[in-house]
Design a protein around this ligand. Structure first.
Ligand code: VGL
Ligand code: ZN
Length: 185
């Protein structure tokens, strides 16, 4: 995907972690296929000199979102486990800004904007427009893109660089994002 970055853009890469890729604990079919696509975007972002943010789902053991606690998900992305590491082929450039989320004890945190300090960093860097990619499209990518719009950022979601947990959610999610003002490319 050829993208054209402008000086006031930022790239936000959501949760490209082993547990969301084939063999992981909450694996998305073809979750790993986003890696080369995102790496190409990151290389372009580096060339353009725009900031790159990389988020990770970073749960404590026995997190409230896990089914053992009555939550909706199997155990996944437990802090300091292999499953929580970024996919080994994901290029995370020096200077990429790391956002950890999902570590609160009482509530889950899908959006990279949810009490992470991301907005202050974007304001500080004078970012006006964000590009969002990663996993999973109908969960953390969706929440991040919707929050970006709510915070008045022009928001572009590159669908090639994302995957669904459940493709049955595809039309509904795309429509919701577009209605909210996200550009889905
Ligand atoms: C995610 C399910 C549970 C995500 C995180 O990163 O999309 N999905 N936790
Ligand atoms: Zn999670």
């Amino acid at each position: 995907m050829k993208v054209t970055f402008e000086q006031s853009d930022a790239l936000i890469i959501v949760d490209v972690q082993n547990d969301f890729c084939p063999g992981g604990k909450l694996a998305l079919d073809e979750g790993d296929e986003v890696v080369p696509i995102i790496n190409a975007m990151t290389a372009q972002a580096q060339e353009a000199g725009i900031p790159v943010f990389v988020s990770r789902d970073w749960h404590p053991c026995h997190h409230v979102s896990f089914d053992e606690r009555g939550g909706p998900w199997p155990e996944h992305c437990v802090q300091d486990t292999k499953g929580a590491e970024f996919h080994p082929d994901l290029s995370v450039p020096d200077g990429a800004r790391l956002i950890s989320k999902g570590a609160r004890f009482d509530i889950d945190q899908y959006s990279a904007f949810d009490k992470t300090g991301l907005v202050s960093e974007l304001v500080h860097l004078d970012v006006k427009r964000v590009w969002v990619v990663g996993l999973a499209l109908e969960v953390c990518v969706r929440a991040t893109a919707l929050d970006a719009v709510k915070n008045d950022y022009e928001t572009i979601l590159v669908e090639d660089g994302t995957r669904f947990i459940d493709r049955a959610d595809a039309d509904k999610t795309r429509q919701e994002l577009k209605e909210a003002g996200v550009t889905v490319k």
